[in-house]
Design a protein around this ligand. Structure first.
Ligand SMILES: Nc1ncnc2c1ncn2[C@@H]1O[C@H](COP(=O)(O)OP(=O)(O)OP(=O)(O)O)[C@@H](O)[C@H]1O
Length: 230
């Protein structure tokens, strides 16, 4: 009998050390996490506790020293780079504190980019989906603007639209509200709630913003290399 996989992400006994010459820096010791569809998880922790390192491992952008990560039932350790890239493009989205939008392209073009990389769809269909996603984040009136012509909060909303346009199962956010005022941060939160309800998207958010973290379904503290539920 085949086991049905419902977990969007599962990581078990995950550990990561960095080689620091004669010494070894063990950043993650024993991290276990299970994320279901629509769940919104916050990870908080002191600077240097390993939050970004953990996100990198969960997304397959770095290798653990031991332990395993399963994304939508696929064990990252058993996949070639090309397969991992495909998995990321199909199932995952990323939002960073600094939006990483391409400066020479408009909001619409930036949001279209992940769909263009997928290939197979007409340009018109891609533009339509990107336009709809920009509408969802309240940015349809700024579609033709380039990043430099947008405010910080507007750029962040475009970055979120870009992360969500492929309708990923799981979105990683690293300090998504780090450079936003409380009002805009609260709009980002509303948007996440809506998307987790409407598209069953799951979110893993690394943040220093406790008010933001407390609005998630679960909050974990990364301390001493382990995730502690708070
Ligand atoms: N490639 C690397 N080589 C060696 N040490 C690293 C490497 N990447 C991260 N570290 C170390 O691992 C620790 C955790 O770093 P990480 O960036 O994951 O922390 P963080 O919790 O995200 O911190 P912050 O909140 O300040 O962004 C730090 O001590 C950092 O110096």
């Amino acid at each position: 009998m085949t086991e049905q996989v419902n977990d969007v992400l599962k990581c078990t006994t995950l550990a990561k050390s960095f080689d620091e010459g004669p010494q070894e820096l063990q950043v993650l010791k024993d991290v276990n996490l299970l994320v279901s569809p629509s769940e919104r998880i916050a990870i908080v922790g002191a600077s240097g506790s390993g939050k970004t390192t953990l996100l990198q491992l969960l997304a397959g952008l770095d290798q653990p020293t031991s332990g395993e990560v399963l994304v939508c039932g696929h064990n990252l350790a058993n996949m070639k780079d090309r397969e991992q890239n495909r998995l990321r493009n199909q199932h995952l989205g990323f939002v960073y504190q600094f939006h990483h939008l391409l400066p020479e392209f408009t909001a619409l073009e930036n949001v279209s980019m992940p769909l263009l990389l997928r290939k197979g769809e007409s340009l018109a269909a891609i533009r339509q989906q990107a336009g709809q996603m920009l509408e969802l984040v309240g940015m349809s009136h700024r579609m033709k603007h380039k990043p430099a012509e947008l405010s910080g909060g507007e750029r962040q909303r475009v970055a979120i639209a870009r992360a969500l346009v492929t309708q990923p199962d799981l979105v990683f956010m690293d300090e998504p509200t780090g450079n936003l005022d409380p009002n805009t941060a609260s709009r980002v939160h509303e948007l996440m709630t809506r998307l987790s309800n409407e598209l069953t998207t799951s979110f893993i958010v690394v943040t220093h913003d406790m008010a933001f973290a407390e609005q998630m379904d679960r909050t974990y503290l990364l301390q001493g290399g382990c995730l502690l539920q708070s």
